[in-house]
Design a protein around this ligand. Structure first.
Ligand code: GLU
Length: 327
């Protein structure tokens, strides 16, 4: 009998939670809770300078308002804490040192864009179609030497030496996902001299927190191959992955301000109930009828990832009618 799954909700406090984030978090919660598993809330606040003051507390409040809970997190504590990445830097430094000792990472001084890519979760639109050409492989003896080659306002980025071959994983939603490692290239691990960047932190924390299932937006499906390579290099276990479609605007684009205000805090301020918001997220996910108001626990018996629509959810006129307001 397989042991109960353990999942995580990993908000980046770079802005308020909106309907798109909320749907992925609801599905992550349902997937684990419907099988009696446990959940961790982890605040991914390494993305300076995009991290906004108060956004982490806002995410905790919004998720509770929606009706989600977790067994461990910054507000409730737990044995795998701290649950805020900026307080876990020593762990990332240790992992980076292991990669350095194995000769698997090198400092790189290429463009600013590479540097930014290293620090944030590389959602699909930021993943470059052209792999890094390895220009800085074997170029610098140390991070300090690379640092000295740059103007004072720029930092080198740590890159992983990708081995040739093919990377693949079996995604619960996307099926088998395959990528040629040559297309992945020498990907950026972190900008921080001590390795505190999204890719490394995510892999280190998923392992340290005993995460067995990662359910997140499908804009991170490609980034997963970088995470698999890091897990392999560090000898860490591989969780099961489920990448769910995003919520998009009628034009197919990622939600943006011009599509209306979909922040949970704004909907709450406008008097929309959490049951209505949850109903919309469930309707988008094939689990509720149009207009049905419902709570996350009431959705547990209906949850079936196999029935999740494979197309993105669309924030269209019907969705706004469902909410009963257009912000
Ligand atoms: N913190 C990331 C985000 O909010 C999610 C990363 C992940 O789930 O691995 O986009």
């Amino acid at each position: 009998m397989p042991s109960a799954p353990r999942g995580r909700l990993a908000p980046s406090p770079t802005g308020a939670l909106h309907l798109g984030n909320a749907r992925s978090f609801l599905l992550a919660w349902l997937s684990v809770r419907s099988r009696g598993g446990s959940l961790v809330l982890r605040v991914e606040d390494l993305d300076h300078p995009k991290v906004k003051p108060g956004a982490a507390a806002g995410a905790v409040e919004d998720l509770h308002w929606l009706g989600l809970d977790w067994d461990e997190g910054p507000d409730v504590g737990g044995p795998c804490g701290p649950y805020v990445q900026s307080a876990r830097r020593a762990r990332y430094r240790d992992a980076l040192n292991r990669l350095r000792a194995a000769g698997l990472v090198y400092p790189c001084v290429c463009s600013r864009r590479d540097v930014e890519e290293a620090q944030s979760a590389p959602h699909r639109e930021t993943v470059r179609s052209l792999a890094y050409d390895g220009r800085c492989r074997d170029r610098f003896a140390s991070w300090a030497e690379a640092r000295a080659a740059l103007p004072p306002d720029r930092l080198p980025v740590w890159r992983f030496r990708s081995a040739p071959g093919v990377s693949s994983f079996d995604d619960l939603v996307l099926g088998r996902h395959v990528q040629d490692r040559a297309a992945l290239g020498d990907f950026a691990v972190a900008r921080d001299p001590d390795g505190a960047g999204y890719q490394l932190a995510c892999v280190v924390d998923d392992a340290a927190m005993g995460i067995t299932e990662v359910l997140r937006g499908d804009d991170l499906a490609e980034a997963t191959h970088a995470q698999l390579a890091l897990q392999e290099a560090l000898g860490l276990p591989r969780p099961v992955y489920a990448h769910v479609p995003l919520v998009v605007a009628p034009d197919g684009r990622r939600l943006a301000k011009r599509h209306g205000d979909t922040r949970l805090a704004s909907l709450r301020a406008a008097g929309v109930s959490p049951r209505r918001v949850c109903g919309l997220l469930a309707w988008w996910s094939g689990m509720a009828a149009f207009g049905e108001e419902i709570s996350p626990p009431e959705l547990l018996p209906r949850f079936d990832l196999a029935r999740l629509p494979r197309a993105p959810a669309v924030l269209d006129g019907d969705a706004w009618r469902f909410l009963g307001t257009r912000l």
